[in-house]
Design a protein around this ligand. Structure first.
Ligand code: PMP
Length: 312
């Protein structure tokens, strides 16, 4: 697969979108990325990007933390992503990976203003199989602290934290990792946010517990409040509370909604997928496929069956 990507302000094949070995971002982790899904809908014969504007707004704010400049406005970046889908004639579901980075090729950590960005869109399906529910394990690595490397910023270097956690979890036989914070509270998964259902309330760790403030997390909170009239709380969660939860699940662009049926070899609730997770998963599926008109505002049509508009 060699799709057309946006790199160095041009549309070129992915195989030609390469960087120098001394690139600052490659050596020091000074990149900021995003992950955006697009779902193809057969009925409407179009590919819809999910909350693409929110993702690009978050990206630009996160880039500002590392002082990386991405000149285009978020709406133009959404249009660029749509154009990539059209050029590649993607009539299937996709994942878009915008990446902004410190581009100078030299030795030395001091950053300069040589910033670059790229957008890659590739076909994408299920990321984490969760039809039977998954078994998560709390890992020995702690979630990166905001005053060390801000976890909310989706900084490339910070993902070493997620890589270490995923490696440990998988080698120990779990499907996915759960991070605790340095203070011992439940933070999130390696690439996803975490929710539990306890005493009829939907609870998720607050933004101040070193989580990435997920866009799927926000969508699920909105669906839970509006469509299920659930009380949703953002508060710290103890490890042992999670063991006693009635239900738990992960959310994220890639994992979508993944029900957790076991944590650390302990059943969550009945050890089966619970009713809240099941209903929210189905609501999220319908909302992201354009089947719930009240959430059509989350979707951006790419127009993949119309000819390319840009000729750059
Ligand atoms: N936490 C981490 C560490 C992540 O990498 C992601 C994926 N972006 C998430 C949570 C979920 O965020 P979102 O719903 O915006 O994809």
């Amino acid at each position: 697969m060699n799709p057309i990507v946006w790199f160095n302000n041009r549309f070129i094949p992915l195989s030609e979108a390469n960087v120098n070995i001394l690139t600052h971002a490659l050596n020091y982790g000074t990149g900021v990325f995003e992950g955006i899904r697009g779902y193809y809908d057969e009925t409407q014969r179009d590919l819809f990007l999910v909350r693409a504007l929110d993702h690009y707004e978050r990206w630009k704010k996160n880039c500002a933390i590392l002082r990386i400049d991405v000149p285009p406005a978020p709406a133009d970046l959404v249009e660029l992503t749509s154009e990539l889908c059209r050029r590649n004639e993607f009539h299937l579901s996709v994942y878009a990976r915008p990446l902004a980075y410190k581009a100078s090729a030299r030795i030395g950590v001091a950053p300069d203003n040589n910033d670059a960005y790229a957008v890659v869109v590739i076909p994408f399906g299920v990321y984490l199989e969760s039809d039977q529910g998954i078994h998560a394990g709390i890992v020995s690595w702690r979630r990166v602290e905001d005053n060390a490397i801000p976890g909310r910023a989706k900084i490339c270097g910070a993902y070493v934290n997620s890589v270490l956690a995923t490696d440990e979890a998988r080698r120990n036989g779990f499907d996915e990792a759960i991070f605790l914070t340095e203070s011992g509270h439940v933070a999130e998964g390696a690439t996803c946010n975490l929710f539990m259902v306890r005493n009829g309330q939907l609870v998720t760790p607050p933004a101040t517990d070193n989580i990435l403030e997920g866009i799927t997390r926000a969508s699920i909170m909105e669906l839970a409040k509006n469509e299920m009239r659930l009380e949703v709380l953002e508060r710290s969660i103890d490890r042992s509370e999670l063991y006693q939860a009635d239900e738990a699940f992960f959310t994220g662009t890639a994992v979508e909604l993944a029900p957790i049926v076991k944590v650390d070899h302990r059943n969550i609730g009945s050890g089966q997928i619970g009713p809240v997770a099941r209903q929210l998963k189905s609501l999220y599926f319908d909302a992201t496929r354009g089947r719930l008109p009240q959430y059509a505002r989350w979707l951006h049509p790419t127009g993949v069956h119309t000819p390319s508009l840009v000729t750059a």
